[in-house]
Design a protein around this ligand. Sequence first.
Ligand SMILES: Cc1cc2nc3c(=O)[nH]c(=O)nc-3n(C[C@H](O)[C@H](O)[C@H](O)COP(=O)(O)O)c2cc1C
Length: 341
Amino acid sequence: MSKIQNRKKDHVNLTVTNETQYQLSSGFERYRFIHNALPEVNLNDISIEAELLGHTFSAPLFISSMTGGYADAGPVNGIIAEFCNQHNLPFGVGSQRAMLEQPELTSTFSIVRKKAPKAFICANIGGVQLIDGFSDDYLKRLVESIEANAIIVHLNPLQELVQPEGDRNFKGVLNGIEDLVRRSEVPVIVKETGAGISKYVAKRLLNIGVSVIDIAGAGGTSWARVENGRTDDSNRYNHFNEWGIPTVDCLKDLSGLHWERGFELIASGGVRSAHDIAKAMCLGATFSATAQPIIKAVVEDGYEGLESLFNTWSNELKMILLLLGCSNLAELNRSHLMERI
Ligand SMILES: Cc1cc2nc3c(=O)[nH]c(=O)nc-3n(C[C@H](O)[C@H](O)[C@H](O)COP(=O)(O)O)c2cc1C
């Protein structure tokens, strides 16, 4: 197994444990919903359908980019793909870098399109891989291997720095994304991986034509913890375990810009319940995403685990809407929340 394949496998094994979750909170507990004792809504009439990039999905839940690129990843990707196809949810595959460098790994990704012929599937590549240009051949394979509906570019400078074998040069990532946006025939989404996107960074992304931003803030999976978990004591950077902007602070920081520029804003990073999703949408998010609960459910209980998690979250999201007196997600706004003192 190559170094990248080993790393991707370590990531799955480590992220299903609680030790790789931030102690820092994503911030959702800072808010309470304002209960509506007179909702005047029938639970059966409530819709949790949500739109992203012109598509209507059954719920505002994006299954964040995760696996691929090592031999056992195929079945995990296959389960997620089948599930998303069945339930009309969007999802992203994990970084396709390994596949671009080792074409024999393509099947661990291409399985998703076979299992999910109708689903909205996103390709994934690191911003660092776009420095110095991204060849036409790589771009073609990135998209065609999974017949991608969009490309996700992930930003992960914290993870790279903590990873002993990680990248150290981040000069030219923005230019690389701009070039990709210009050349790609499918939309480009930019996401962090758990350390958050500030207003300053979001503005620079919007200025080069990015129209969907996934903040992936701190409070869920800590990639410093994951990488520290892969090395021995002498190579650990434990002081960075809690580095990052909590998801709720990203949302608050970006809310004005969101109003002004009208881009699509995905809230992720420590989204762990329907309550978190609803609070994120009250704070201005257009969609939400989650990673760790999904991989944990698949690793522990396969397809059924995923189905059980989704049923719980969907039912609870409907209950929350009813208790706020709303019949759909578009009615959620800041007036439904009070700050805890
Ligand atoms: C096992 C695993 C592998 C991941 N691999 C990738 C990846 O290849 N590309 C990427 O953009 N993000 C990757 N991520 C990061 C997630 O997409 C997400 O941004 C991050 O884990 C924060 O969300 P969470 O708190 O819900 O886990 C991975 C996450 C997990 C749990």
